[in-house]
Design a protein around this ligand. Structure first.
Ligand code: MSP
Length: 509
């Protein structure tokens, strides 16, 4: 039986249309999902939309729609973007779906029956955009410490979750599982937050309607984060613990942005502890994208629209850029100049040229039919070993979610390929009929190394990988076995590759 692998993205709010920040989390999850499938795992990759809460209700009112009409409209934009970006999610959950509402109600009821949810009264400062309550001391000039917007004092009857009860258990879990929260700096941030003391958490609201009713008391709706976080298990069929839940829970990797770490590293595990369910194995908080040095925001009108970028440069160029440009976990800056530079230098020049020149040479010297390799020289061995070492390196680096370093490691082999051609000088060998076998070996090595490169690129740039492998006469889907050297068979017909990425005129942009 194949080993299971479960990766999740946050579910996106439907009060905003998708931008590169959203695309980033989903893309990282997609690369992991594709890589794990390549390695023979049975992968469940979940994404979806977060459709309840006051924020969505307000946005719907402003747009003159019902919240569900708004959700229906915006969630289609997310789905369309994921199609366009070639995202291979297994499921797409919406928090307005029956399966989810049923799961949330059960989760809430179980924790309530256990006595870890109780009815009380709440009075504190509330930030509507962040859907978060703050104590007065946490406020900065009575504004939200996270988003700096005004807060309002709210008093309401509320259900509370006994989060304080789980403080020690959570600390013990984090200590016993040093890889649970990553990167390390984020883990330290969470540890100090917990050590300041966990308060009980308000998990219901009575001031608006748009949410899942609290079981047995429909004056209240379930707090949007309690509702939303549960998506990770309701999509697996919870409360039915057989089937997908039994197979995939706890999640192997939950990818999130740094802004929503506390919800995932404190609220979520304590909810699960109360419900006596296993805790996810790993949570990774990535950084934030700014645009040309500024925070992306509607008011600054600088939101980078992924659809426009994909139309202009293609999905794979955008996928490559976002994961190559910035180490995962750090903040990054988006600029058109940087994107064009990466396309021209890494994709058109390094990757595209290598395939183009090597397939052209095979056409010229061997009529496009791959010869059997002859004796291996030290130069060939070094190139072969570098390629195989890269396969191992990629595995280790991706385990650490080091997407940018992974791409660098692959690009080192691409550069080694260009250098190998320069050093072996096939055009000189071709002039001497006595060197025919040597020339055949060189052809085999340069094309076989690229086959392995395109196998690995299937996780990052699925269409480019398919195209590249197509030129190399490889029709089967990439798999784990094929990562070993020697896959290409003599006699394979290889066609001259067109430019995979046309150069972009930097001045014209
Ligand atoms: N609905 C909640 C998540 C609930 S998960 C149970 C939410 N939604 S969101 O749409 O506001 O954000 C979703 C993700 O997009 C977050 O991981 C967030 O970090 C990410 N990004 C939003 N803007 C971003 C950037 N500018 N840069 C990088 N990622 C950003 O939060």
């Amino acid at each position: 039986m194949k080993p299971a692998f479960y990766v999740t993205t946050p579910i996106y709010y439907v009060n905003d249309v998708p931008h590169i920040g959203h695309a980033y989390t989903t893309l990282a999850a997609d690369v992991l999902a594709r890589y794990k499938r390549l390695k023979g795992f049975d992968v469940f990759f979940l994404t979806g939309t977060d459709e309840h809460g006051q924020k969505v209700e307000k946005a719907a009112n402003a747009a003159g729609e019902t919240p569900l009409e708004l959700a229906d409209r915006v969630m289609k934009r997310f789905q369309a973007l994921w199609d366009k970006l070639n995202i291979s999610n297994t499921d797409f959950i919406r928090t307005t779906q029956e399966r989810h509402k049923k799961g949330v109600a059960t989760l809430f009821e179980r924790v309530l029956e256990k006595g870890d949810i109780y009815l009380g009264e709440y009075e504190d400062w509330y930030c509507t955009p962040c859907e978060t309550f703050w104590t007065e001391t946490q406020l900065i000039d009575f504004k939200c410490p996270d988003c700096n917007r005004p807060t309002e004092k709210l008093k309401e009857e509320s259900y509370f979750f006994r989060m304080s009860k789980y403080q020690d258990q959570l600390l013990a879990y984090i200590e016993a599982n040093p890889d649970f929260i990553q990167p390390k700096s984020r883990k330290n941030e969470i540890l100090s937050f917990i050590k300041e003391g966990l308060r009980d958490l308000s998990v219901s609201r009575t001031t608006f309607q748009w949410g899942i009713p609290v079981p047995g008391n429909d004056k209240h709706v379930v707090y949007v984060w309690f509702d939303a976080l549960a998506n990770y298990i309701t999509a697996l069929g919870y409360p039915d613990e057989s089937g997908n839940f039994g197979k995939f829970w706890p999640a192997d990797v939950q990818l999130i942005g740094k802004d929503i770490l506390r919800f995932h590293a404190v609220y979520w595990p304590t909810f699960l502890m109360a419900a006596e369910l296993p805790i996810p194995k790993r949570l990774f908080a990535h950084g934030w994208w700014t645009v040309e040095g500024q925070k992306m925001s509607k008011s600054l009108q600088n939101v980078v629209e992924p659809n426009m970028l994909i139309d202009k440069y293609g999905a794979d160029a955008v996928r490559y850029f976002l994961l190559r440009e910035v180490p995962f976990g750090l903040d990054g800056d988006f600029s058109h100049t940087a994107l064009i530079h990466r396309i021209n230098s890494d994709l058109a020049n390094d990757l595209g040229n290598l395939l183009n020149r090597s397939t052209a040479m095979l056409g010229k010297y061997f009529e496009g039919v791959l010869p059997e390799p002859g004796a291996e020289t030290a130069l060939d061995a070094a190139y072969r070993e570098k390629t195989s070492a890269m396969v191992q390196q990629v595995d280790t680096l991706l385990e650490d979610l080091a997407f940018s370093k992974t791409l660098q490691a692959i690009w080192e082999v691409i550069s080694a390929g260009n250098k190998y051609i320069d050093e072996t000088a096939p055009w000189t060998l071709a002039k001497d009929p006595a060197q025919k076998e040597r020339l055949g070996t060189v052809m085999y090595y340069m094309l076989e190394s690229q086959r392995i490169v395109y196998f690995l690129l299937s996780a990052f740039m699925p269409k480019t990988s398919e195209k590249g492998l197509g030129y190399l006469g490889w029709t089967a889907a990439p798999d784990d076995q094929g990562l070993a050297w020697g896959g290409l068979k003599a006699g394979t017909v290889i066609t001259k590759a067109e430019a995979l990425f046309p150069r972009i005129d930097e001045k014209g942009e």
